[in-house]
Design a protein around this ligand. Structure first.
Ligand SMILES: C[S@@+](CC[C@H](N)C(=O)[O-])C[C@H]1O[C@@H](n2cnc3c(N)ncnc32)[C@H](O)[C@@H]1O
Length: 299
């Protein structure tokens, strides 16, 4: 794999630090609120869809350099609960009607299945495991939501890389869906926006934002004209605060699909206070976004 390819798919970054906990805390709080509300509206059949489900623990994900950077104790590993486990062990018997777990790697799903075996016994419907690219399964899910109007989906997409194609996101227009998406703003996207206005991995940037080269450049770069001894000269400069602006642009893009979006997503920072990811929420339900905003404020 070339350096640039691995850059867009899996950042070689600390994984499992406090920012992971923040993300999962915000998400669990939202799921509790969502299911409490949906329990009062039994005409909806609820789906939990986890597009990057993983294997349920940190160690297995990354026998890569990523994992080497964690310096986790076996105690840390023991208490780690991924999103799937958290969703399945909420208080007050809060539960979805259906659960879908997607992962590119069959072996991750096998491990997750094993881990969730005892929790399966507490649920009415069998958990659905789907291997392959999340984009393919997102399109399938959006088709199902459009075909069956009584279905409501809560979607978690936390890939750590830029794997999600804009077309998969756009397919959710006019569906009863709520989504939480992890955007690799600082850790990847910002690095592809070269200071000199040479976009690295242009195809990836285009499929990620669903925008063309000129649109991306006009958002992140400004042309300045300077007077020199030899006449006027133009210099292209990257905008200031690009990381926050990546989150703003992605939120703007989400607003073309859902009516309401958390314009100020949850900012997730590394140990030096640098934003590495933003966790954004979108829904067609105004109240849902109010709840998400409240959670983001308190995390
Ligand atoms: C770090 S894990 C997600 C963590 C998990 N949600 C949790 O809370 O523990 C990322 C997972 O995404 C999977 N993955 C990577 N690219 C994918 C793709 N295009 N489609 C589906 N899964 C993918 C990887 O195999 C890996 O298991």
């Amino acid at each position: 794999m070339s350096r640039q390819m691995s850059m867009v798919s899996e950042p070689s970054y600390e994984w499992g630090g406090p920012w992971t906990e923040k993300k999962l805390d915000a998400f669990s709080k939202y799921v509790s609120a969502y299911l409490t509300i949906m329990a009062k509206q039994p005409h909806w059949k609820t789906i939990y869809f986890d597009g990057f489900a993983g294997c349920g623990n940190r160690k297995e994900h990354c026998n890569s350099p990523l994992y080497q950077q964690l310096f986790l104790t076996s105690e840390d590993e023991g208490v780690y609960k991924g999103a799937a486990e958290r969703v399945l062990t909420l208080p007050n018997n809060l539960t979805f009607d259906y659960h879908y777990f997607v992962d590119l790697k069959t072996e991750h799903l096998e491990k997750l299945k094993e881990k969730l075996l005892s929790l399966q016994k507490t649920k009415k419907t069998p958990f659905q495991y789907r291997d392959g690219d999340a984009n393919k399964w997102l399109i399938e899910l959006s088709k199902a939501l459009k075909a069956k109007k009584s279905l409501a989906a809560l979607v978690l997409l936390d890939p750590f890389g830029m794997q999600i194609n804009w077309d998969s996101i756009a397919s959710f227009k006019n569906t009863r869906s709520d989504v939480w998406i992890l955007i690799p703003t600082g850790v990847i996207v910002n690095r592809l926006l070269d200071k000199e206005c040479k976009l690295k991995s242009l195809n990836k940037l285009q499929s990620f934002f669903g925008l063309n080269e000129d649109e991306i450049k006009s958002y992140f770069y400004r042309v300045k004209t300077y007077q020199t001894l030899f006449g006027e000269t133009e210099i292209v400069r990257k905008i200031s605060n690009p990381i926050e602006n990546i989150a703003v642009l992605y939120a703007e893009r989400l607003k073309t699909v859902w009516n309401y979006v958390t314009e100020k997503p949850l900012r997730l920072e590394n140990s030096r206070g640098v934003p590495i990811f933003h966790f954004v929420f979108a829904s067609n339900n105004q109240n849902a976004v109010k709840i998400a905003k409240q959670i983001i404020k308190t995390i």
